[in-house]
Design a binder for this molecule. Structure first.
Ligand code: ADP
Length: 504
């Protein structure tokens, strides 16, 4: 376990220099104001991941200035776009005493390309902002969105966040980045590496190695803009659901879904929920014995296509004993408001909202915290059932209700489960985070890694990626030391520590 010590005097000098360079308005140092950046899902009142200050650059040049000052003084920075990464640490840094670089003031939608279907956004652009901008331009393009609309396109995508339309693999939707490197230099990736290149945000590769992935879940740079793929508004959209009661029905459902996804009958990213989230209306179902599952998925396209696809879906999925299947058909131009339809109908049509937050507040009231545990496996029915039973068994062992939201890709699945707690209850909160470690070990021992984790578990999860005595970690540390020799950026992010802080 790494316990880096931050030189508070150096941090104070860096804050002074940033204040001089950017103006006092750009820096927050007031303790009460900084509490806003604490992780709302960590022990209430705990100060062990507090930032020393928060700086809010308004331009790329100001980001470069901040990075250069951090190098001069050798102080750690932690970047957020909007800091809504709840469940993973929110805006809180891995290293206490870091200076938070809050990019939410850089919030321009720089371009919407109506012919090619992409947007270019700055880090502070929230899902709400992008979708409003798309509507203002006539609504011919939809964006994929995650379940809550208040976070940013950039922050979520860099974390490999997930959405629920055709372009729900947010990490893959990025096409061309602009990045401030840890030495303060500005770089553009892909075709953008050429001055004036016309295909920066449409051609996804580079001349030579593609480096975009190096800036995802990473401390190798501060991303200041991305190109983002959009989906053409379909003529018709069917919001579909399937319910069943009994874990074993997961097997035929998953195997049939794989077929339908691989042949592109279903071409969104479906979601299979237990307890919370899918077909969420009213109360979560946290009865530990309940085996009620709800799957949601969508069909998009011309009326003839959606009608034909639905017939195929009915024939294939409808034939599974014990399932109920249904759908609601919308015109692509219907923008379902908060009082119409349910969350599933809206989120699969790229209409951002906050309704799911209410559901997540039911277990312990407005302060409810949750910790997600998300191993990835192959999309094979028997494998998915085995993973669900394994994780459910661990929840039973800990005496926690099993709530799950499984995210389907055409050949893989993220078997997300959720533990709820009240962050005001310190002992319980710590116990929930402690439960994570045996779950992690158990699943890693059986060949399942996590797709994402929160700041407290970054080292533990990195330890599980152990092929050839952590060859991947050594490679990433080599890169980290080369591009960030002073170790100023996102130290410890995903378990990658700069040279000066490694004590392994
Ligand atoms: P959200 O969009 O959900 O508010 P955050 O802004 O909290 O997401 O970002 C999630 C994580 O992604 C951060 O903790 C940070 O590690 C990383 N991150 C966010 N924005 C950037 C960025 N512009 N450049 C590099 N890393 C970033």
């Amino acid at each position: 376990m790494v316990t880096p010590v931050v030189d508070a005097a150096a941090v104070a000098r860096a804050i002074e220099a940033m204040t001089a360079a950017l103006g006092g308005d750009a820096i927050q140092t007031d303790r009460a104001a900084l509490d806003e950046f604490r992780d709302p899902f960590w022990v209430r009142g705990a100060d062990d991941h507090d930032v020393a200050a928060a700086v809010m650059p308004k331009s790329v040049e100001e980001v470069q200035t901040v990075v250069r000052i951090a190098n001069e003084h050798g102080v750690p920075l932690w970047t957020v776009s909007t800091g809504r990464n709840y469940g993973y640490g929110g805006a809180a840094p891995r290293v206490a005493g870091s200076i938070l670089v809050n990019l939410s003031a850089m919030n321009k939608v720089l371009e919407i390309n109506e012919d090619l279907g992409y947007a270019v956004v700055e880090p502070g652009v929230r899902w709400f902002d992008l979708c409003d901008a798309l509507e203002e331009q006539g609504g011919k393009w939809w964006s994929s969105i995650p379940d809550l609309g208040w976070g940013s396109v950039v922050g979520n995508s860099l974390e490999y966040g997930r959405g629920h339309t055709r372009y729900g693999s947010h990490g893959s939707n990025i096409c061309g980045m602009e990045v401030v490197l840890p030495n303060g230099e500005l770089m553009r990736t892909g075709m953008g590496a050429m001055n004036g290149n016309k295909a920066w945000h449409v051609y996804p590769f580079s001349y030579g190695p593609s480096v975009d992935g190096l800036f995802m879940q990473s401390g190798m740079g501060i991303v200041t803009r991305i190109g983002w793929r959009l989906m053409p508004r379909p003529e018709k959209y069917a919001s579909c659901w399937l319910h069943f009661d009994g874990d074993e029905i997961i097997v035929p459902v998953i195997d049939t879904m794989r077929e339908l996804m691989l042949d592109e009958t279903i071409n969104n990213y479906p979601f299979l929920g237990r307890g919370v989230a899918a077909n969420a209306e009213g109360q979560p179902d946290l009865d530990p014995t309940s085996q009620k599952w709800a799957l949601r998925f969508a069909l998009y396209g011309y009326e003839e296509i959606v009608t034909a696809k639905w017939r195929i879906v009915e024939r294939k999925l409808g034939a599974i004993p014990g399932v109920q299947l249904g759908m609601k058909l919308y015109d692509g131009t219907d923008r379902v408001g908060p009082d119409q339809g349910i969350h599933d109908d809206r989120v699969q049509a790229g209409i951002p909202g906050m309704e799911l937050l209410d559901l997540y507040k039911v277990p312990f009231g407005p302060d409810t915290g949750h910790l997600d545990f998300s191993p990835v496996g192959p999309l094979v029915g028997t494998e998915v059932l085995a993973m669900v039973r394994r994780v459910r068994g661990l929840y039973e062992q800990f005496g926690e209700p099993y709530a799950a939201g499984l995210m389907l890709l055409p050949t893989s699945i993220i078997v997300v489960s959720v533990m709820f707690f009240d962050p005001k209850d310190e002992a319980k909160t710590r116990a929930i985070y402690d439960n994570y470690d045996p779950m992690l070990k158990a699943l890693a021992g059986e060949g399942y890694g996590l797709y994402r984790t929160n700041i407290y578990k970054m080292d533990a999860v990195a330890d599980t990626f152990d092929f050839n005595d952590h060859a991947m970690r050594r490679f990433l540390e080599t890169l980290k030391d080369a591009v960030d020799p002073n170790g100023i950026l996102q130290a410890g992010k995903q378990g990658i520590w700069p040279k000066g802080m490694r004590d392994r």
